[in-house]
Write a protein that binds this ligand. Structure first.
Ligand code: UGA
Ligand code: MN
Length: 244
């Protein structure tokens, strides 16, 4: 099966670094199609250039977050663009394939990507470096079935998982009549999984019975850029180009 990796992204100083690191990780995995839905009005050339350079098969989309959500106290990040990617998959994906949402700043062990390839409905696995418990994971019973979740922020959610904590079979996705992702910060995953008519007993646990962390919710420190003009001693041509 083919893996469709959906990575929402938006323009900021860290973007090319994030996409280079993640894209070059994905190069280690065969049969990957990278979907980059940008939170912008147009497909920016800096993303196109980065994708061309990396050389993975890709689809570059552009769908801006509606202004009304950008003004909220808790902004639902990456929803408009993930929705665009889901609808692209519903219309264009190979039937024998799997969808995985992987944010541009996360870190992943390629072994997990191989495991999720065989997802029949929805598979789940632990995510490291997240929330106040430091890990978020499905809880399994003695028979190895998912019965609960261990997560620092339950918030009344049926599926207490991060966006990087599950993968979905595309054939199964296509059979669901009302797939959506809500514009509610913190409830995007739960809302999406509920819209798939998923039951706890359907979940396929990976990562050795959810006993290993193979994906991490890393976050990139934002460098405080104060002044991007080269000073007199450093205003050679190459420095001018670096800063342009
Ligand atoms: C956490 C979750 O891991 C995300 O899956 C979830 O979307 C987000 O919270 C949320 O609920 O808002 P976090 O690290 O806090 O993620 O968020 P970011 O990494 O800043 O953003 C998540 C993804 O959306 C990234 O791939 C980012 O590039 C993208 N994004 C972020 C946009 O497309 N537009 C934005 O304005 C901000
Ligand atoms: Mn993040």
């Amino acid at each position: 099966p083919l893996l469709y990796i959906v990575t929402p992204t938006y323009r900021r100083p860290e973007m090319v670094a994030e996409l280079t690191r993640l894209g070059q990780t994905l190069l280690l995995v065969p049969r990957v199609h990278w979907i980059l839905p940008e939170d912008s009005h147009t497909c920016s050339s800096i993303v196109t250039d980065t994708l061309t350079r990396i050389g993975l098969p890709y689809t570059h989309l552009a769908t801006p977050m509606p202004e009304v959500y950008r003004k909220q106290t808790y902004v639902p990040r990456g929803v408009a663009n993930r929705r665009a990617a889901v609808s692209w998959i519903q219309n264009h994906a190979e039937p024998n394939s799997v969808l995985y949402f992987l944010d541009d700043d996360n870190s992943i062990d390629v072994r997990l990507l191989e495991q999720m390839r065989y997802t029949e409905k929805v598979s789940m696995f632990p995510v490291g470096l997240i929330g106040k418990f430091s890990v978020s994971s499905p809880v399994l019973n003695k028979e190895g079935r998912v019965t609960d979740f261990y997560d620092g922020w339950p918030a009344g959610r049926k599926f207490q998982v991060d966006m990087a904590g599950f993968a979905v079979n595309v054939g199964y996705l296509k059979k669901q009549p009302r797939v959506t992702m809500p514009y509610i910060a913190g409830h995007e995953e739960d809302g999406f999984l509920k819209s798939l008519n998923l039951q706890l007993e359907d979940i396929e646990p990976l990562a050795n019975g959810c006993s290993e962390v193979l994906v991490w919710h890393t976050r990139t420190f934002k460098n405080q850029v104060r002044d991007v003009r080269p000073d007199k001693e450093h205003s050679s041509e190459n420095v001018q180009q670096l800063l342009s």
